[in-house]
Structures are given as structure tokens and as C-alpha cells.
Design a binder for this molecule. Structure first.
Ligand SMILES: C[S@@+](CC[C@H](N)C(=O)[O-])C[C@H]1O[C@@H](n2cnc3c(N)ncnc32)[C@H](O)[C@@H]1O
Length: 359
């Protein structure tokens, strides 16, 4: 273990290379599509770029690498801190000695056992829960918001990678230890210790930090309420399948939201739920009855900007309906398909990644 730690701390000292975005696992992440998205928007006339539903920040990072002035936004707090760490941050990284400090126990810090007490046999083992309680308390002792955010990012990614399905939607710790043939998941990743993953993701996060000489920032607002004007607004809302089931980020990732507000988490836990989720919050982006009006309002809000929308062709509303809504607000609208499909609108049973551009 010590060898492993030493080796990785050295790698960190050689990180003065081209920025690389970390390898995240997140529902709806556009990591695999970001080059294609960029190819299709790079020639549009814009300098200021708003990523209104920023998620991992991979699209914002691409825009930052390409010299744009980037505003990253996400409604969830943990994502906002990722935006602070990876987009707004110009030059702050975590050093090897800071990593050491984060991994140690300190007599001057009063540690809470909140995770250990609350999530017994739900997501992680008792030993792991204790480790998380200690590490998050250490992270809260970092005074610099960029250092705090980098460390929170690394801890959150370590939690995700050690979870079956990379989610927190079920009490299913037992899956990690069940002696069965699995058609999903990666036991090696689940079993790799938290310390190792934490260092791994700090190194990845450090590698993403750079200055593009622009005033980039991260926000934590509802996408409809972002002030100011941006030349281009990129929109990547949660997906609602044609069966009407939406991706509820607050529910899937409540554990990360809890870490991002560790000292007030207790009051937000839904103690009636087996998996100790947070008290649910209504989201218009998960509501198939009103989703079309939500898009209409959002496009209206940003009608003076170039609007670029990532979408899945089999969602609600249909791609055709979404196209019509966008046409109400923008005079020139184009529709692009990722992959070999080029022309026709999709059939119901196909799910294609699409890009709508309204100029
Ligand atoms: C499809 S994901 C975005 C993925 C992102 N483009 C990426 O590549 O990682 C949708 C994101 O929207 C966020 N979100 C949900 N409702 C929101 C709202 N009303 N305003 C802003 N963000 C919201 C979720 O937290 C989630 O991270």
C-alpha cells in the first residue's frame, strides 16, 4: 500500500501537462460525445458559453480548453463544487503533503460518526463508512474553496466507483460480497480501498486544472434563473424515457449531495426510506406531464443566445416535438445525429443521441 501511495504522489508532481478531464461515471455524462458535440458547434460565433445543466463539467471543460469564457451551472451542490474545482479553478491543486494530511487522523479535529451511524449495511462497510466520516471532516478543514472542491470531487468519485451500478438508489451493499456470477459491475473496483481511489482521483482532478486566461465561474442555480447574457447556452436536461421514467439526480446521487453539506445532512435524511435517501424534491425535469412547457420556458429565457440541446431521440417530449418547441424561439434550427444515422427522424424503438442547434 505504501508503495502504491508513494508512486501516485510522485505522478502528481509531474502533472504540468495538457489538461485532461477526469474519468467520471455519471448518468447522462457526455464524456463520449463531447468531441462530436464540439465539432458541430466550434464554428458558431460565440465567446461566452453557459453550460446550464453542467453535471460532470466535461462539456464546460472542453469549452474552457477551447478558449471560451465558461459559466458552469448545476442545481445540485456536489456538482457545483466539481465546477468550482475543474472549471472556475485556475491554478490551485492539492499537493502530496496535503493528500497525506487528508488521509490522517488529527487530534485537534472533532470527528462525527454520522455516516457510520446512519448508513450501516446500506452502501459501504462499517470500516469504509468510518473512513468517509474521517476524510470528509478533514476536507471541511481545508480553508481554500478550490482545495476543498478538489478533495470533495475525489472523495465523491471514490464513493461512486465503489458502488454497484455507480448509484445510491438502493440498499445493496450485499451485492459487493454475494458469491454469484454477475452480469454487471466490477468487483475489483469495489474492493480497491478508498485511500487508493481517493489519491487516484485527486491526481486526475489536478491534471484537469489550468488557466485559459478567462473569467470562468461555477454557479449553483436552477437553469431558468441564471442571470446575464451568454452567446451560447448548452442545455442537457435530465432524460425522461418514452415510458415516462425520468433520471432523478437528487435521488440517484443523494449521498454525494449529503457529503457536499455534511454538517446539515442529518436534517435532510428521509428516515422512512430503507436506503436513507434525502427527502425527495419535486423536479419539473422529471415530470412528463409538464416537461414540454418546461422546455418552452427555458428556450424562451435564452432565445437571444445560440441554443444547443443534447437530447435522446426516444425521450419525452419526442424529438419532433422538441424541434417544434425550439422553432418557436429560434429562426434557424438544425438537428444532428450521433453515429451512422444522418437523416430520418428516429423510430420509436431506437434511441439516438441528438443535437439540436438553434441560431
Ligand atoms: C444529463 S445531466 C448533464 C450531464 C452533463 N452534460 C455531463 O456531460 O456530465 C443533467 C444535470 O442537470 C442537473 N439539473 C437537474 N435539474 C436542474 C435544474 N433545474 N437546473 C440546473 N441543473 C439541473 C442535474 O443535477 C444533472 O447533473
Amino acid at each position: 500500500m505504501d508503495d502504491y501511495l508513494n508512486k501516485n504522489r510522485q505522478i502528481q508532481l509531474f502533472s504540468n501537462l495538457d489538461p485532461i478531464f477526469p474519468s467520471t461515471r455519471y448518468q447522462g455524462s457526455k464524456a463520449k460525445l463531447v468531441d462530436w458535440i464540439w465539432e458541430n458547434i466550434a464554428d458558431l460565433n460565440f465567446q461566452t458559453f453557459l453550460d446550464a445543466f453542467g453535471g460532470t463539467g466535461v462539456v464546460s471543460h472542453k469549452a474552457k480548453v477551447n478558449g471560451k469564457t465558461v459559466t458552469y451551472n448545476d442545481l445540485l451542490k456536489y456538482n457545483y463544487y466539481f465546477g468550482i474545482a475543474l472549471i472556475e479553478n485556475r491554478n490551485v491543486t492539492l499537493s502530496a503533503s496535503e493528500i497525506d494530511w487528508l488521509l490522517d487522523e488529527h487530534p485537534e479535529i472533532r470527528y462525527s460518526s454520522f455516516i457510520f451511524d446512519t448508513f450501516h449495511e446500506i452502501y459501504f462497510t462499517d470500516k469504509e463508512n468510518k473512513w468517509i466520516d474521517r476524510t470528509i471532516a478533514n476536507i471541511y478543514n481545508l480553508r481554500n474553496v478550490y482545495k476543498f472542491s478538489l478533495a470533495l470531487f475525489a472523495l465523491s468519485q471514490a464513493c461512486i466507483v465503489k458502488r454497484p451500478y455507480n448509484l445510491f438508489h438502493r440498499k445493496n451493499l450485499y451485492l459487493r460480497f454475494a458469491d454469484v456470477k454477475r452480469s454487471f459491475g466490477n468487483k475489483t473496483s469495489w474492493d480497491r480501498p478508498f485511500d487508493e481511489w481517493f489519491i487516484h482521483f485527486i491526481n486526475e482532478a489536478n491534471r484537469a486544472v489550468f488557466d485559459n486566461d478567462k473569467q470562468n465561474r461555477a454557479l449553483n442555480l436552477d437553469a431558468i434563473n441564471i442571470p446575464g447574457f451568454h452567446d451560447l447556452v448548452y442545455i442537457d436536461t435530465p432524460y425522461i424515457s418514452n415510458k415516462g421514467v425520468g433520471v432523478n439526480y437528487h435521488n440517484f446521487y443523494h449521498f454525494l449531495e449529503g457529503l457536499a453539506g455534511y454538517y446539515t445532512w442529518r436534517s435532510q435524511v428521509d428516515y422512512k426510506s430503507k436506503h436513507r435517501r434525502m427527502i425527495p424534491q419535486y423536479s419539473e425535469w422529471n415530470d412528463k406531464r409538464s416537461i414540454s412547457e418546461s422546455f418552452d420556458r427555458l428556450f424562451d429565457r435564452y432565445k437571444n443566445s445560440i441554443i444547443v440541446v443534447s437530447y435522446r431521440s426516444d425521450g419525452i417530449p419526442s424529438e419532433k416535438e422538441l424541434l417544434e418547441i425550439l422553432k418557436k424561439h429560434k429562426s434557424k434550427v438544425s438537428l444532428l445525429y450521433f453515429g451512422q444515422y444522418k437523416y430520418a427522424l428516429s423510430k420509436n424503438n431506437e434511441s439516438k443521441e441528438i443535437l439540436l442547434i438553434g441560431e
